[in-house]
Each structure stands twice: as structure tokens, then as C-alpha cells.
Write a protein that binds this ligand. Structure first.
Ligand code: COA
Length: 257
């Protein structure tokens, strides 16, 4: 399916979705949100795609929602924009496969919110993160206040959302927002390397890890561990569990389905 504001390619079990409005630093428009949602639906339905990478064309991942639209918004339209953005971000978060954000530049506002819905955030050394909405007289609306607090804690989330300051990749790494930082020239190669290694792992186990951590996060420990036991049990419904153990005992690499 041809897209106007994104690019999509798939190879070797790895899908890559690239935000593609570089002249506007990939600022999110309604059209772009709709195209991202459509691409995520396709990814969700395609069993050949085992891992998804998100990245941006040019010098931004996403520099936020398109500010031009804000001049026209009344509260009802603003609420609808927040719901639409939150829906797309949730769709991303709920994909059953691992998603890597390859943050190649600015990940501000909606860009930071999209990155936070991914399972792993890998950043180039020159990436910049932030929730600068406060500087526009507004606040995050695509889940930023909530996911940031869950990822880095309430105190740091308030500091970032209240001041609107932009942080570099090293600071984002230090606060636990970013998993790994790479030189800009090797970011995509490193993302692809990790994506390929994940694509070679057992699907049921990958899905179990992702969903157990996400769903268990807001449960008490007892119920969260019960969820884990069920997901652990489900691993044994796949031949991958036996293959993993037998391959280890036979001192060879496992071949997962
Ligand atoms: N919405 C709409 N347009 C945006 C945008 C956004 N969120 N972010 C960048 N752009 C546009 C700029 O208006 C500019 O367009 P123009 O060339 O037609 O004037 C183009 O992208 C390049 O941006 P520019 O500001 O010239 O680049 P810069 O290197 O000087 O600054 C940023 C980069 C990211 C610091 C700056 O663009 C910025 O602050 N963007 C807004 C970030 C933000 O507040 N995001 C949250 C929105 S809720």
C-alpha cells in the first residue's frame, strides 16, 4: 500500500516504518497518524513480520504533533486529537511483536510519546528527547504524562513535563528512558542487528515476555506473578520450548519456529 507520509519495508522478518516528512521534522499530522495506524494494522496481520523498527527520515524521529493545527483547535477538537493520538500509540504498544524505536534525532512531544510506546528505545548520540508542550501553553496529550511517569518515575516525569526542557541521549539513557546509545552512523545497523536476533527467537516466548511485563506492571506482585506462570506455561505449547532445551543439550544453536 503506498503511503504519503511514511515509508514501510520488510525484510528477513523485520519491518521498518520510517516517518517521512523530513522538511517538517516528521511532525505528526492527522494523515500521518492514519497512515501509521494502517501500517500497524498490516504489521499485526502479517505473521512474516516478527519485529518492527520505527525511525525517522532526516534529522528527526518526530518533532511532535503538527503545531499548525493547534491554532484551530477548540476543546472538543483537542480532546478528539488526544484520543486519536492515544489510540495510535496504544495500537503500537499492543502489537504482539517486539518494537524498537530507532531514535535518530528529535523525539519531542508526540515523538517522545510514540517512542515510549515501543519496547526498546535505541538512540543515536545526537538524539534529543522531551515533552515541550508546556512551552506552547499546553501539555502532553498522547499519553506522555502517564508513560513517562511509569518509565522514569513521577519526579523526573514532572520535571520534564513542567519545564519542557529537552534532554540529550546520554541523559535519557541515565534516567532509563533509552536502553542503548549508538553513534548516528551505526544506529540503524545496530537496530537491525538486534531486530534480526529477536526475529530468530521463539515467538510465543517473545510475546510472553512483552505482554507479561506490560500487563503485570500495574498489578500487585502476586497477580503479576500468576500472569507470568500462565505465560510461562504457554511457552510449552510451542515446539520452541523443547527445541531450546534439546539444542542446549546437543551444544548447537536452536532453530525456533
Ligand atoms: N509542528 C509543525 N512544524 C514543525 C514542528 C512541529 N511540531 N517541528 C518542526 N516543524 C517545522 C518548522 O516549522 C520548520 O518548518 P519551515 O521550514 O516551514 O519553517 C521545519 O519543521 C524545521 O524546523 P526548524 O524549527 O526550522 O528547525 P530547528 O533545527 O531550528 O529546530 C526544533 C528544531 C525541533 C528545536 C524546533 O523545530 C521545535 O522546537 N519544534 C517544535 C517542538 C515541539 O514543541 N513539539 C511538541 C509539539 S506539541
Amino acid at each position: 500500500m503506498p503511503y504519503k507520509t511514511i515509508l514501510f519495508a520488510a525484510e528477513g522478518g523485520v519491518g521498518t516504518l520510517t516517518f517521512n516528512r523530513p522538511e517538517k521534522l516528521n511532525a505528526l499530522t492527522a494523515e500521518m497518524l492514519a497512515e501509521v495506524a494502517a501500517a500497524l494494522d498490516q504489521v499485526g496481520k502479517n505473521p512474516e513480520i516478527r519485529v518492527l523498527i520505527l525511525t525517522g527520515q532526516g534529522r528527526a524521529f518526530i518533532a511532535g504533533a503538527d503545531i499548525k493545527v493547534f491554532t484551530q483547535l477548540d476543546p472538543l477538537a483537542a480532546r478528539q486529537l488526544a484520543f486519536t493520538g492515544q489510540e495510535v500509540v496504544s495500537k503500537l504498544e499492543q502489537l504482539p511483536i517486539p518494537v524498537i524505536a530507532g531514535v535518530n534525532g528529535f523525539a519531542l512531544g508526540g515523538g517522545c510519546e510514540v517512542a515510549m510506546a515501543c519496547d526498546l528505545i535505541y538512540a543515536s548520540e545526537d538524539a534529543r528527547f522531551g515533552q515541550p508542550e508546556i512551552n506552547l501553553g499546553i501539555m502532553p496529550g498522547f499519553g506522555g504524562t502517564q508513560r513517562l511517569a511509569r518509565l522514569v518515575g513521577k519526579g523526573l516525569a514532572k520535571e520534564l513535563c513542567l519545564t519542557g526542557r529537552t534532554i540529550d541521549a546520554a541523559e535519557a539513557r541515565a534516567m532509563g528512558l533509552v536502553a542503548r546509545v549508538f553513534p548516528a552512523a551505526s544506529l540503524m545497523e545496530e537496530c537491525t542487528k538486534v531486530a534480526r536476533s529477536l526475529a530468530a527467537k521463539g515467538r510465543v516466548a517473545l510475546r510472553g515476555v512483552k505482554q507479561t511485563i506490560d500487563r503485570g506492571f500495574n498489578l500487585d506482585l502476586h497477580n503479576a506473578c500468576a500472569l507470568e506462570a500462565e505465560a510461562f506455561a504457554l511457552c510449552f505449547a510451542s515446539p520452541d520450548a523443547k527445541e531450546g532445551a534439546v539444542a542446549f543439550l546437543e551444544k548447537r544453536q536452536p532453530k525456533f519456529l
